[in-house]
Write a protein that binds this ligand. Structure first.
Ligand code: ATP
Ligand code: MG
Length: 367
């Protein structure tokens, strides 16, 4: 059997950037031979194995044929006679379809190295069209390597447009879309991911609420701003949706099956930006500020509120961040225990807490 390093590790090695994880392809082997050498099989019917010591993935060379639509319906064929070139041919981009032999020689039947040098993202073959996830992966690599000067070549853009117009994206399950979106939000230039999808018309299908030009541009500006900070996925996602009316943002976050923290921060940010947009240059009414603090559950979720304000800094409503911060700090200082000791109980205690918070907010907001 012959063993080759493949995919991202070869690409990143040649780019001179740190290699995160290494994937290997094994040619001329059978599952039995792998198990005899101590490898553990990952899934019962899938020819991928884990190295007994390093835990790295070793996949038997395989070909994939599409049967149905969308991500499902691939028939995997692996046998000792599948060649390295056949395995490389099923991969998405030429820069991801290079292999390196143990002795260091490069196997590059699809000219990935030339594309790496020309900073081009190009599909390996027409088989690219068999998996719509590759559209999202390509947009994500464009986002990752944008700072290095990489762009998607015209042929690949055209092929992806064809795939989209034949309805391929509708067959992707939300979980897989979210996984790519989540990763994209943490790439070097996350806005490029969404620009590519917008360009392709893919956003009309995946996040239609965002496809409107004004909302899209505002969202991208906020995302650009928050992504230059050490920010969470939830903050980045909320920034992206920040120009949407709250019901639309919440509906999209739910439909995309984004995690609760992402959905909640997007909901709160959109409520906040929507509400604040009425007070351009005007003072905020303390009563409404208190209602907003209640809605955001400032009292029990102070860390989340901090993330919310940090994200608000990246929106056109940033002028309100400082006053809200001061008001929140002050209102958080109200001690329910102290009021309890003063003899307040039940509903009266609730009222006393509210009045005290309101007084402090009013004072903090006073010019
Ligand atoms: P990363 O640095 O994000 O790990 P990677 O290129 O290693 O980048 P992986 O998702 O780890 O990406 O996949 C490993 C390799 O498998 C890729 O380089 C590519 O050759 C191939 N690959 C992964 N997913 C697909 C897909 N959906 N279609 C075609 N090839 C794929
Ligand atoms: Mg990888």
């Amino acid at each position: 059997m012959e063993i080759y390093l493949v995919g991202g590790a070869v690409r990143d090695g040649r780019l001179g950037i740190p290699v995160k994880d290494r994937d290997w392809v094994v040619v001329g082997a059978t599952p039995e031979a792998m198990k005899q050498k101590g490898f553990r099989q990952v899934g019962a019917n899938f020819p991928v194995f884990l190295h007994p010591k390093t835990g790295e993935e070793y996949a038997l060379a395989r070909t994939e044929r599409k049967q149905g639509r969308g991500y499902h319906g691939f028939t995997v064929y692996s046998a000792p006679d599948v060649t390295l070139e056949e395995d490389l041919k099923r991969r998405d981009l030429t820069i991801n379809a290079m292999a390196e032999h143990e002795d260091g020689t490069l196997v590059d039947p699809f000219n990935g190295l030339a594309d790496l040098e020309q900073k081009t993202l190009r599909h390996v073959s027409e088989a690219f069209a068999e998996d719509p996830l590759r559209i999202l992966r390509t947009a994500r690599f464009a986002a990752r390597f944008h700072p290095l000067g990489f762009t998607i070549c015209a042929d690949t853009m055209a092929l992806m447009r064809e795939m989209i117009s034949s309805g391929e994206l509708e067959h992707l399950v939300p979980e897989r879309v979210w996984q790519e979106v989540q990763r994209a939000l943490h790439e070097k230039s996350p806005t490029v991911f969404f620009k590519v999808l917008h360009d392709l018309g893919a956003l009309d299908i995946l996040m239609p609420e965002l496809a409107n030009t004004e909302r899209f541009e505002a969202g991208l500006q906020a995302l650009q701003c928050i992504s230059t900070q050490d920010s969470t996925t939830a903050q980045r996602f909320a920034a992206l949706l920040s120009a949407l009316p709250e019901p639309e943002a919440s509906a999209r976050a739910t439909a995309m099956k984004s995690p609760n923290d992402c959905r909640d921060l997007a909901r709160l940010l959109c409520l906040l930006t929507g509400w604040l947009s009425q007070y351009n240059g005007a003072d905020l009414p303390p009563e409404n500020v208190l209602d907003m603090f209640d809605q955001a559950d400032l009292w029990r979720r102070p860390e989340r509120f901090e993330l919310l304000l940090a994200t608000l800094t990246c929106t056109p409503q940033q002028q309100h961040v400082q006053p809200l911060k001061l008001a929140a700090e002050s209102a958080q200082g109200v001690s329910p225990q102290a009021l309890l000791k003063q003899g307040f109980k039940g509903k009266e205690l609730g009222n006393a807490i509210r009045n005290e918070r309101l007084a402090r907010i009013t004072q903090a907001l006073a010019p």
